[in-house]
Design a protein around this ligand. Sequence first.
Ligand SMILES: C[S@@+](CC[C@H](N)C(=O)[O-])C[C@H]1O[C@@H](n2cnc3c(N)ncnc32)[C@H](O)[C@@H]1O
Length: 268
Amino acid sequence: MQVQRVAIMPAALTPRGRPAIGRDIMTAQKPGDPLTINRLYGRAKGKPLRAGQQDLIDTLLPQIAVPADGPVTAQALFGRDCPMHFEIGFGGGEHMAFRADMLPDHGFIGAEPFLNGVAQALVHVDGGRRSDGIAPNAPIRNVRIHHGDALEVLERIADGTLSFVYLLHPDPWPKSRHIKRRMMNDGPVSLIARKLKPGGEFRFGTDHAIYLRHALMVMRRHRDDFEWLAKSPADFQNRPSGWPETRYEAKARNVYGHEVWYMKFRRR
Ligand SMILES: C[S@@+](CC[C@H](N)C(=O)[O-])C[C@H]1O[C@@H](n2cnc3c(N)ncnc32)[C@H](O)[C@@H]1O
């Protein structure tokens, strides 16, 4: 796939309405569903990385990167058959690292195009090593990372083999003309359905009310594939156990005063 980096004007706004000064936007297009699949939008890079983060990008990432081609299977990535989890846009990797640490016998694949997010995730995978070289936690060995578009890797996973897919706080793209950029759309949701095994779980979280409504509409169209597991509002208004808060989510709650909704869908 061809990835073009296009410098955007300083006046451009991020999805949250903040200026996107000094950021790149990535666009990648290839034949496919014009409504949403095979497209990558958003920032690729932020502040310069700290020396320790750059070191992890140079040394640890090549060891745990998803191979650039070939099938993406548990055997190929983790050297054994094990339940596989896939996180779309892991941000700083807090959720992925928590889950992988909690389930050491499972394999976790995360994809994130934002380099600074990948670097933060590597810090977690490396046991949280500080600048003095001391790591307070053991390294996490069951994580593989793709620095790029999640859908590219998802397409390479064999159908019906994932146990969990996570899509947490996807970029909201709140303007109606950008709806097709949302990850929660028919193309990606069909792909997620295809890759999950029967009984597998798709977890979706958002603090964005417009996105929530949009997501519920999309998921209604996919009710032959997915059963929404909520039995009462408490099931999606309260954080489920085993679903840790990310830094992004903490900010949404504590700084912006947003509510957060947690949705679990079971693959039929
Ligand atoms: C609002 S952030 C949320 C990050 C994280 N999930 C969390 O809850 O903290 C959305 C993330 O999705 C990533 N993203 C956007 N498009 C993506 C794509 N096609 N594949 C993978 N990640 C993507 C962005 O780079 C960004 O880090």
